[in-house]
Write a protein that binds this ligand. Structure first.
Ligand code: UDP
Length: 235
């Protein structure tokens, strides 16, 4: 097996599927099935999920919300998504725990590294909701942070695009995909794979990242089996 423990980052936006807002049960179920298959290979799975399908602090601030409150609304949105994913996993007979970065028992247990490791070792999928618990951060930063904390071998960033390109492939047809790239080159080329805070956390702590398309069923399993899909970012 290539990895003992992974941190999977799922974007909130991808949870909405073809809708403009909210949670698509089809997408949830597809993710849950992929995660179940992955778990059966024996890998330990931590998950951080975004909240952009429900609320983003920055967008709220543009509409006149206080930024800190808007960000707190965004963090609560990540917890809604965490519960939705937990429920879909349990429907697929996968044991899953939600740990929250903000205290809110009984919705989830309060996150600590020790608790996360205890559940991971016991075979649970551990979903860590509530972002970093701080405003002005993103769930990419939360997943970098939690990935480092739980000593994941890699952070898998599930996106709509199947890797990192020389330019945005949705806009530039000449864009070429990288199979592998260093953090330095991502920085030099100013490629936008995650925000700088998240990027720096990964880079300074040596957490490699694989960007891949999670919306194609089976892709998570392929990445874990070491197949060349997506882009690996390494030191
Ligand atoms: N957020 C925050 N602190 C964090 C993580 C998230 O304030 O540590 C807020 C922020 O407002 C963000 C929202 O939660 O816009 C949803 O997270 P994100 O935009 O990262 O979700 P995604 O884009 O992955 O759906």
């Amino acid at each position: 097996m290539k990895y003992k423990r992974i941190l999977l980052k799922l974007s909130g936006e991808s949870l909405q599927g073809p809708q403009k807002y909210g949670i698509s049960t089809e997408v949830l179920d597809s993710y849950a099935r992929q995660i179940k298959e992955a778990l059966q290979t024996g890998v330990q799975i931590g998950i951080v999920i975004g909240g952009g399908n429900i609320f983003r602090g920055l967008q709220g601030a543009r509409k006149g919300f206080d930024r800190v409150k808007g960000d707190q609304m965004g963090m609560l949105a990540t917890i809604i998504n965490s519960l939705a994913l937990q429920s879909a996993l349990e429907d697929n007979d996968v044991k899953a725990k939600v740990l929250t970065s903000i205290r809110m028992e009984p919705i989830g247990e309060y996150y600590s590294k020790a608790k996360a490791l205890e559940y991971l070792e016991a075979g649970y999928v551990v979903i860590i909701g509530g972002g970093t618990s701080n405003p002005y951060f993103t769930t990419d930063s939360a997943s970098a942070l939690r990935g480092i904390e739980i000593e994941a071998d890699v952070m898998l960033k599930g996106t709509r695009v199947n890797g990192i390109y020389t330019a945005d492939p949705e806009k530039d047809p000449t864009a070429v995909k990288f199979d592998e790239i260093t953090f330095e080159e991502v920085y030099q080329r100013n490629l936008k794979i995650m925000d700088m805070t998240a990027f720096t956390l990964c880079r300074e702590n040596g957490l490699q990242v694989i960007v891949f398309d999670m919306d194609t069923p089976g892709n998570l399993g392929k990445v874990l089996a070491g197949e060349q899909i997506g882009t690996l970012v390494k030191l």
